[in-house]
Design a protein around this ligand. Structure first.
Ligand code: GLN
Length: 189
């Protein structure tokens, strides 16, 4: 059994905690940097990346999060978590550089504030993954080490590099645990 934390400063925390429990692992909400020490993996949830970044700085998480990523422990960034994990953000903000890609915030534009699609994700098998997008970002440029897992309209919406997994959508809002299983299998040793 792995111990997986959810950064609980802002955003969709409880749904991720339930998803972790559903996969048979221990779920821990993380409110203080010291709590990272006990974890095998960490989820950076959806929410508002600018607000989350403010809280990350205010509560002294910046250094500890970098140390966590450097230590090779898994990080799963969903939506705002994808924006924060990026090496670059299209509006010129810097991400925390956990993986090598550029994120485009709110990349699907006004007409597509929220939408759902059946995504084909070859790494998860044949059954499509019902993906829920809410003011979602996308990835526009990836470094060599990044595996692209899924696209919508040609835009990258899920990717994996070493211990880091990111999705532009919200897997925690469905009952489908396959991405959480993928995270545990491929990003956590
Ligand atoms: N658009 C938000 C941001 O960039 C992310 C939205 C979400 O996490 N659902 O912070």
């Amino acid at each position: 059994m792995k111990t997986i934390g959810v950064l609980a400063l802002q955003g969709a925390v409880s749904e991720h905690l339930s998803m972790i429990t559903k996969t048979g692992h221990q779920a821990v909400p993380i409110k203080h940097p010291e709590e990272l020490a006990t974890l095998d993996g960490l989820i950076l949830p959806g929410g508002e990346s600018t607000t989350m970044r403010r809280f990350i700085e205010k509560y002294h998480f910046t250094g500890p999060l970098h140390d966590f990523a450097q230590s090779g422990r898994g990080i799963f960034g969903t939506c705002a978590g994808l924006v924060l994990s990026a090496s670059a953000i299209s509006n010129g903000d810097t991400g925390y550089k956990f993986a090598d890609y550029t994120a485009v915030r709110n990349g699907f534009g006004r007409q597509k504030m929220s939408f759902e699609v059946d995504l084909s994700i070859a790494a998860l098998g044949e059954t499509p993954f019902r993906a829920i997008f809410i003011r979602a970002p996308y990835i526009e440029k990836v470094g060599e080490g990044v595996t692209v897992l899924a696209r919508v309209d040609g835009k990258i919406v899920a990717a994996h590099e070493n211990n880091i997994l990111v999705t532009a959508f919200h897997p925690e809002l469905t009952d489908d645990t396959r991405l959480m299983d993928y995270f545990i299998r491929h990003c956590i040793s």
